[in-house]
Design a protein around this ligand. Structure first.
Ligand SMILES: NC(=O)c1ccc[n+]([C@@H]2O[C@H](COP(=O)([O-])OP(=O)(O)OC[C@H]3O[C@@H](n4cnc5c(N)ncnc54)[C@H](O)[C@@H]3O)[C@@H](O)[C@H]2O)c1
Length: 250
């Protein structure tokens, strides 16, 4: 039980990598705050885990909305008096399109959900982590921020490159306070959202470009997130861990 009694906040926890990560922390003894824009989705995750005895809070909240996130962190502190781990997982994109077809609104929305979320949630937990003189922040970047081999869409690539830069700088800034900040850069991972982006044939073709000849599974990303949040990673700070089957080697 690597996270017995630790308090972990996971954003984007209603489905995909976030839901699997929240469950993996819970199985390792953590007390979990799961938050997502999708309130009913997060309620379903909370209900399922609570039935197995997990100490869990759920929040239908926007991870890029400062007032909502202040409310979430206040509620977590009121319930458990501490925050040990923040996983900034919220994000993603819905369609692959050419740059000249991206509207101003979509550009702003992708930067907001993939990059601003990490800033807003990190800023909200830092005072508590500094008081504790301990904390772990794990950001979810992407293989697209690590090399040019995976063609998706430019706003998403820009946002995830921003996540890598934010990770490095925050690590430098808060390391002296006992807080580490790292990122995981997943390769193409078979969540429902990502499966819907391509036909099964296109997904099979994509898998052939990956040295291990398959897409990743959400649990394989969760394992890397748990490692970076664990005591075993105590001297890892400012790193981006590639978990992509060798798709891109940075
Ligand atoms: N699946 C992949 O292939 C892959 C690859 C690289 C990186 N990633 C990253 O991993 C993370 C999870 O991806 P996934 O495939 O599980 O996606 P997903 O769509 O299944 O889950 C993402 C969740 O984030 C939530 N979310 C989005 N914006 C939010 C906001 N502002 N506030 C709160 N919640 C918000 C969504 O409602 C959704 O439930 C994302 O950051 C994604 O960019 C995924």
């Amino acid at each position: 039980m690597r996270f017995q009694g630790r308090v972990v906040i996971v954003t984007g926890a209603a489905r995909g990598i976030g839901a699997v990560t929240a469950e993996a922390f819970a199985h390792e003894g953590a007390r979990v705050a799961a938050l997502d824009l999708d309130g009913p989705g997060v309620d379903a995750v909370v209900k399922r885990l609570r039935e197995t005895g997990v100490d869990i809070l759920g929040f239908g909240a926007d991870a890029a909305a400062p007032a909502e996130i202040r409310g979430v962190v206040d509620a977590v502190l009121e319930r458990w008096q501490r925050v040990d781990v923040l996983v900034n997982n919220a994000g993603g994109f819905a369609a692959i399109r050419a740059t000249e077809d991206i509207t101003d609104e979509e550009w702003a929305s992708i930067l907001r959900s993939n990059l601003t979320t990490a800033f807003v949630c990190s800023r909200a937990v830092l005072p508590a982590m500094k008081r504790q003189r301990a904390g772990r922040i794990v950001n979810v970047a992407s293989v697209v921020a690590r090399g040019g081999a995976v063609r998706v869409t430019s706003h998403y690539a820009a946002a995830k490159a921003g996540v890598v830069g934010f990770t490095r700088h925050l690590a430098l800034e808060v390391g002296p306070h006992g807080i580490t900040v790292n990122a995981v850069a997943p390769g193409t991972t078979a969540t429902e959202r990502v499966k819907a982006l391509r036909t099964p044939d296109e997904s099979r073709e994509l898998a052939q470009t990956i040295p291990v000849r398959r897409l990743g599974e959400p649990m394989e990303i969760a394992e890397a997130i748990l490692f970076l949040a664990s005591d075993a990673a105590s001297f890892v700070n400012g790193a981006t861990l590639d978990v992509n089957g060798g798709q891109v080697m940075a």
